[in-house]
Design a binder for this molecule. Structure first.
Ligand code: TRP
Length: 451
């Protein structure tokens, strides 16, 4: 059975798919979150568990999601409906598509606010960070959080940047933007690494990331690493299903997914190596938490030789990473509205951006005017973060694993994924047993049932 929907836009080549999916995967997660999580979770212990989670859970699910999208050839909702029909299962499985699309838009609302901070810091870096005492950098970030209009202005700029790309469509918009941003991102990253090797303390950074200290392993670290493996590969939120739905039939899914996961991991490690090299060379604190790149690094940039240029390049790198990820959070909703409600792409982009923008305004206000407003003890930002990355993502990932390995016909899965013999059996059993169990354990811990 073939999905008989209208012909669909497709990436211009296998490399285009690899590039856009790397664009989705490599984001604030790699350059902002990974380094600070590593710094606050004991360095190498976190890194090694994270790597194990990428290989053991992340890559198999990345392959599964790409496979679902390519077989579905439609929005995550319609793809899931088609695949459920094909398997003779209930239409309720469409819920995977809805959770993903709604989750992606919720993530975008706070992702865009954080990306707005990065835009502000790109601006500040261009002006040059003045050499001030350490506390001044904390205060400068605090001043931004206390200034709702400034945050909303940058959030608006970032949402407009996303809208412009997604308005361009699959090849002329998303593919083209990534073809410019991704090579630039890699070039800047290598430049930073070179700088780290010459002017900063790369050996100390290397030791911090890779010298394994078993004493630092605990459940907290384990859960943080698993959750991050999910987030960094853009899993569970319809993004990969959507990008996979624009993928041609002639492409090998396992191989492309290995490239994507490999590149994503490489970027996280290289970013971590360069950032900690700078942090250690300046004698700063690696466990600075979320403020690591916005407070600690600017302090370092203000004191290092060539710090002005390096600072600008660094923040441009983060903007590119965030931008290419954010468009993959918007596109799943756009495909749904254009298909379901027969909206034009332009109308769909405008409606969704407006909604996400409004929610983002509430996120920005949650740091200042509305900071007293709490639901379950969480402010709006933390609430959205918890709801999406700690609940909806694992839930969707769990359902995707179950659907792929327990609901779909094994022969269809085997044919679509393009793995043979023992490779197929290994992958299939990982998705059938290991992934759901692992996700279930994280999930229970998160909602505190056994935690
Ligand atoms: N992977 C991106 C990052 O690391 C974030 C992201 C983009 C994402 N698209 C997603 C996360 C879809 C979950 C689902 O920053």
């Amino acid at each position: 059975m073939k999905n008989t929907q209208a012909p669909r836009a497709h990436w211009s080549s296998r490399w285009a798919f690899i590039l856009v999916t790397i664009g989705s995967a490599v984001g604030l997660g790699n350059i902002w979150k990974f380094p600070y999580m590593t710094g606050s979770n004991g360095g190498s212990a976190f890194v090694l568990i994270y790597l194990a989670c990428i290989v053991g859970i992340g890559v198999p699910l990345l392959m599964a999601e790409t496979m679902l999208g390519r077989r579905g050839q439609a929005s995550p909702v319609a793809s899931m409906r088609f695949l459920a029909d094909e398997a003779g299962a209930a239409g309720l499985w469409q819920i995977i598509g809805y959770i993903g699309i709604v989750g992606a838009l919720l993530i975008l609302s706070f992702y865009s606010v954080v990306a707005g901070w990065v835009l502000e810091y790109t601006w500040r870096a261009a002006a040059g960070f003045r050499a001030l005492p350490k506390e001044a950098f904390g205060e400068a970030f605090g001043a931004l959080l206390a200034d709702p209009l400034r945050m909303i202005a940058w959030h608006t700029v970032f949402m407009a940047m996303c809208a412009i790309v997604v308005l361009g469509g699959v090849t002329a918009g998303i593919e083209r933007a990534n073809k410019i941003m991704m090579p630039a991102l890699f070039a800047i990253l290598l430049g930073l690494l070179g700088y780290g090797a010459v002017a900063a303390d790369l050996p100390a950074s290397f030791r911090f990331l890779f010298h394994f200290d078993p004493a630092a392993v605990n459940r907290q670290v384990l859960l943080a690493a698993m959750g991050h493996a999910f987030f960094t590969l853009s899993l569970g939120m319809g993004a990969i299903i959507t990008y996979g739905s624009y993928l041609g039939r002639d492409v090998s899914i396992p191989r492309t997914c290995l490239y994507i996961a490999g590149a994503d991991t490489l970027v996280a490690l290289l970013a971590g190596l360069s950032i900690f090299a700078i942090v250690f060379a300046q004698g700063l604190e690696p466990a600075a938490g979320p403020g690591l790149i916005l407070q600690t690094l600017p302090l370092a940039f203000s004191q290092m030789p060539g710090g002005h240029a390096v600072g600008v390049l660094f923040f441009v790198l983060v903007v590119f990473a965030a931008w290419s990820s954010a468009i993959s959070l918007l596109e799943p909703g756009v495909t749904l509205l254009t298909e379901r409600l027969a909206m034009t792409r332009r109308a769909a982009v405008l409606v969704l951006c407006l909604g996400v923008w409004l929610l983002g305004v509430a996120v920005a206000l949650s740091f200042n005017e509305w900071s007293a407003f709490k639901v379950f003890g969480l402010g709006i930002f933390d609430l959205l973060d918890t709801l999406t990355t700690k609940m909806m993502m694992p839930l969707a990932g769990f359902l995707i694993a179950i659907f792929t390995a327990w609901v779909m016909k094994r022969a269809h899965v085997e044919q679509e994924i393009g793995l043979r013999g023992s490779h197929f059996t290994l992958w299939f059993n990982v998705v059938r047993y290991l992934s759901p169990v692992a996700i279930f354990v994280i999930f229970l811990n998160v909602i505190g049932v056994i935690g």
